[in-house]
Ligand binder design. Structure first.
Ligand code: CP
Length: 331
């Protein structure tokens, strides 16, 4: 276990996460993974606390795994659906959050389609003197910290299931391929993976991988590389993360066609031949089958970690709720 103790009160972004914080999350998640392997999968760690899932944008994986994680920790959970809430009567997002606070909510897990909204709610509630803890479950194209942390846990656990830690990624080559422009998952993964000893290679068409992404790696020399074709990113890669084409976020015509995209950037068995023989594929989901990845490869357990990512999400999110919810001195 790292010597450092956990002091963070909100998890809004991974931009300022430290190596010790990554290791604390990984090791706490490993302990909860062990709990989830028992017959009795529940622990009383957050008994009496209330966790509210405020998802202003659709979700399957993140919302349900945060809910299950909270329940496994014995917290009480509140779920919110925008369409059946008082938002439809004109209530603001901040007033919605304050309403949940007034009901005694200790932790809020918030997703919103606009970047910055989650941080703005955290800042307003902090200013009002509240001690509520806030987890960003995805804000626009900005950040998706819990996804990147579960991705890190999935990769490290594959290498050492008992003691996942970031030093295991020393010398590994990881490729992220696809719609990086619209991806909060990629932005969070760039922070986490460049904090390790891995080399991170981004690949996508120029319209979906603008050069400004090089900025995120400028303080971490030798860690981040950009490619506008897929081959150099895949060569000798240990892990390949492919991303969903986010058609709902595309405002212009950024691609000739989905078929053309698959031909140039789709992850297929043929393409994997230049990777390391034991290469593994990740995808945060949901997947456009046959677009960013061939359907057969997605379902092949010899290559695909996609189901393991979903499974790892529960222990990882238990770790995040536990670290924020159990801390007495979190700032
Ligand atoms: N990866 C992810 O955020 O999936 P959901 O949108 O289903 O939560």
């Amino acid at each position: 276990m790292p010597n450092a103790t956990w002091t963070r009160r909100h998890i809004l972004s991974l931009a300022d996460f430290t190596a010790d914080e990554y290791d604390i999350v990984l090791q706490t998640a490993a302990s909860f993974q062990e709990v989830l392997g028992r017959r009795m999968k529940k622990v009383p760690a957050l008994q009496g606390l209330v966790v509210a899932n405020l998802f202003f944008e659709p979700s399957t994986r993140t919302r349900n795994s945060f809910e299950l994680a909270a329940k496994r920790l014995s917290a009480d959970t509140l779920n919110f659906s925008p369409g059946s809430s008082s938002l439809t009567k004109g209530e603001t997002i901040l007033d919605t959050a304050k309403t949940y606070l007034a009901m005694g909510t200790d932790m809020m897990v918030i997703r919103h389609r606009q970047a910055g909204v989650v941080a703005s709610i955290a800042s307003s509630l902090d200013s009002s003197g509240s001690s509520v803890r806030i987890l960003n479950a995805g804000d626009g194209q900005h950040q998706h910290p819990s996804q990147a942390l579960l991705d890190l846990f999935t990769i490290c656990r594959l290498i050492d299931p008992d003691r996942p830690r970031i030093e295991l990624l020393e010398g590994k080559k990881i490729a992220i391929v696809g719609d990086i422009l619209h991806s909060r998952v990629a932005r969070s993964n760039i922070w986490s993976l460049t904090a390790t000893g891995a080399e991170l290679h981004l690949a996508g068409p120029p319209t979906l991988l603008p050069e400004l992404f090089a900025e995120q790696g400028k303080d971490r020399p030798g860690k981040l590389f950009l490619h506008w074709n897929v081959e150099p990113a895949l060569e000798n890669a240990d892990f390949v993360m492919t991303l969903r084409l986010q058609k709902e976020r595309m405002t212009d015509s950024l691609l000739p066609s989905l078929r053309e995209y698959h031909k140039l950037f789709g992850i297929t068995r043929e393409r994997l031949k230049t990777c390391k023989p034991q290469v593994k594929i990740l995808h945060p989901g949901p997947v456009n089958r046959g677009v960013e990845i061939s359907s057969d490869l997605m379902d092949d357990p010899d290559f695909s970690l996609i189901s393991q990512q979903v499974t790892s999400g529960i222990a990882s999110r238990m770790a995040l709720l536990y670290l924020l919810g159990s801390g007495k001195n979190n700032k």
